[in-house]
Design a protein around this ligand. Structure first.
Ligand code: GLN
Length: 539
């Protein structure tokens, strides 16, 4: 199968969580800066069909794309670093592959043949890899294989990729292997042996890496680079150590300075279309480094022990703070603590509150308390999905006086279901992929905070929810000071709610955090941070 597309495949060795996704995303950016059309794909070896139903404690945030795909949080890195919009083809799991193969088998498509990992599962993997170039028209496709080499789960993926290298040609498919160099404090040394072992593991399945990125928390000396090159049988230029960056968004610049993109392009036999212009990124990093006055924003969630569960929210806050020339300290507040009278010192010391999305009742009452505090004390508040819903529940209870106002998600028998199941969701019992997902239009009511923040009459935002504001109560809310500043084009769904007499209390039924960019902060986050900055009396 000849191809004109180039593939760069990112594998990981030694341990996970060494920033393989960030590295791949940053390399993607360096290629885009040279005028190439790039696309990305993350292969997740777990058996779940998608991360949508996985616990955020185990998997971190679920990142939602325009077309409604619920994906791995690395897709967020890709979109933010490369500044692209990805679609469903950019992420698949073993679960999806097996589900497809088994359904074809049940359907009789294999005509009674014995179904095996090779070739049936590997063929399905290859089919899905092929879709990316077809659907995006990208010249370079970056593929990240989740997990580390040697995991049982990732073997079919690596086998499929090995086959692809033969089928697409060795001058079209390249492997970049990211490893970890442990530091032995007693002797003050970095160790290359685990890298050597993981490269050997990769070789044993027929894949020789073209490039090795040993990651480390300590500076890597030239003799270590030489040693890795020698033992792993690659060119010295092909070993590019990456020391942990203190600023995430500096990684593309570090990669550029290390000469990695030029080496890759040479390797692929390509020529850069244009000289990369990094002035905007350099300016961004300069602004990150510049000392700035601080504001504190409390993030009131229920998975706060694992910050990755709110990855995009955290990044969006950073983007907005950077745009407004302040430093943002995030106070991670467990919403359930607030119910037990704990954590309020953090809330009270904060200049603004974010209540992010969530499912299930645990910790919800704490979020309602946080919304009450924000409303009464006029503290800037941004509610994201569930955060908008609790803002409405609180208003129903404490402004309108309906003590049992609630979402029917948390109390089926409430007499005042401010938030209720959308009609089309009522008959659905399956857990995965059954929500209102992906990009939907929202028209903004002129003169409102939301409309002023966006500066345009209509926006498209990404959604992931089952419940909605209940239209039966709209009038009652509006009469008492709540403004529905964003609605679906047919007026049927409340998309944004805001309080009239408040410096900034805005909730969106969608998730603005998925569309914020380091150089283009999201208007609603800008609104919150601007109001928080005012509260902190920073000019
Ligand atoms: N649980 C709520 C719903 O399904 C909110 C979802 C969310 O915050 N993403 O509508």
């Amino acid at each position: 199968m000849p191809t004109s597309t180039k593939y760069i495949i990112f594998t990981g060795g030694v341990v996970s969580s060494v920033g393989k996704g960030v590295t791949a995303a940053a390399i993607g950016r360096t290629l885009k800066q040279r005028g190439f059309k790039v696309a990305v794909q993350k292969l997740d070896p777990y058996i779940n069909v998608d991360p949508g139903t996985m616990s955020p404690y185990q998997h971190g945030e679920v990142f939602v794309l325009d077309d409604g795909a619920e994906t791995d949080l690395d897709l967020g890195h890709y979109e933010r670093f490369i500044d692209i919009r990805l679609g469903r083809v950019s992420n698949f799991t073993s679960g999806q592959v097996y589900a497809e193969v088994i359904s074809k088998e049940r359907h009789g498509d294999y005509l009674g043949g014995t179904i095996q990992v090779i070739p049936h599962v590997t063929n399905e993997i290859k089919r899905r890899i092929g879709l990316v170039a077809k659907e995006t028209g990208a010249e370079i496709v970056l593929i990240e294989v989740g997990g580390t080499v040697g995991d049982i789960e990732s073997q079919p993926f690596l086998e499929a990729l090995r086959q692809i290298r033969n089928e697409f040609g060795r001058d079209n498919v390249f492997f970049v292997h990211t490893t970890w160099m442990p530091y032995i404090a007693a002797t003050g040394e970095l160790k290359t042996k685990p890298t050597q072992h993981s490269v050997r593991e990769l070789r044993s399945i027929g894949i020789s890496p073209n490039m090795i990125i040993p990651r480390s928390d300590h500076p890597v000396t030239d003799d270590l680079v030489e040693k890795i090159a020698l033992f792993c049988d690659v060119d010295k230029r092909a070993v590019v150590p990456m020391v942990t960056a203190d600023i995430l968004y500096e990684v593309p610049l570090l990669i550029e300075r290390a000469g990695m993109p030029d080496y890759l392009i040479d390797l692929m036999g390509m020529k850069a279309r244009k000289k990369p212009d990094w002035s905007e990124w350099e300016d961004l990093i300069k602004r990150v480094r510049k000392p700035k006055p601080s504001i504190q924003i409390a993030l009131v969630g229920k998975y706060v022990e694992l910050h990755d569960a709110y990855m995009s929210v955290r990044e969006s806050l950073k983007h907005a703070a950077l745009a407004l020339d302040v430093e943002v300290e995030i106070a991670w507040v467990h919403s359930a603590d607030l119910e037990k009278d704990k954590g309020w010192d953090l809330i009270k010391a904060s200049h603004g509150l974010v209540v992010p999305g969530g499912f299930g009742s645990r910790g919800t009452e704490g979020k309602v308390l946080a919304a009450k505090y924000a409303r009464e004390d006029k503290v800037p508040y941004l509610g994201l999905c569930l955060g908008m819903q609790v803002m409405c529940i609180e208003f129903g209870r404490n402004v309108l006086g309906h003590d049992d106002a609630n979402s029917s998600e948390f109390d089926r028998s409430t007499s005042y279901p401010v938030i209720d199941l959308m009609l089309e969701q009522r008959s659905i019992t399956d857990m995965g992929g059954t929500m209102r997902l992906g990009l939907y239009p929202c028209k903004l009511k002129s003169g409102t905070r939301a409309a002023r923040a966006y500066g345009v009459p209509k926006v498209d935002e990404r959604h992931r929810h089952r419940f909605e504001f209940n239209n039966a109560f709209r009038e009652d809310f509006e009469k008492n000071g709540m403004v529905f500043s964003g609605l679906s084009p047919d007026d049927q769904l409340v998309e944004i709610a805001e309080l009239k007499d408040h410096p900034f209390m805005v909730g969106s039924q969608f998730h603005p955090e998925f569309l914020s960019r380091p150089n283009r902060a999201h208007p609603l986050f800008l609104g919150l941070v601007r109001a928080a900055k005012e509260r902190a009396k920073i000019k």
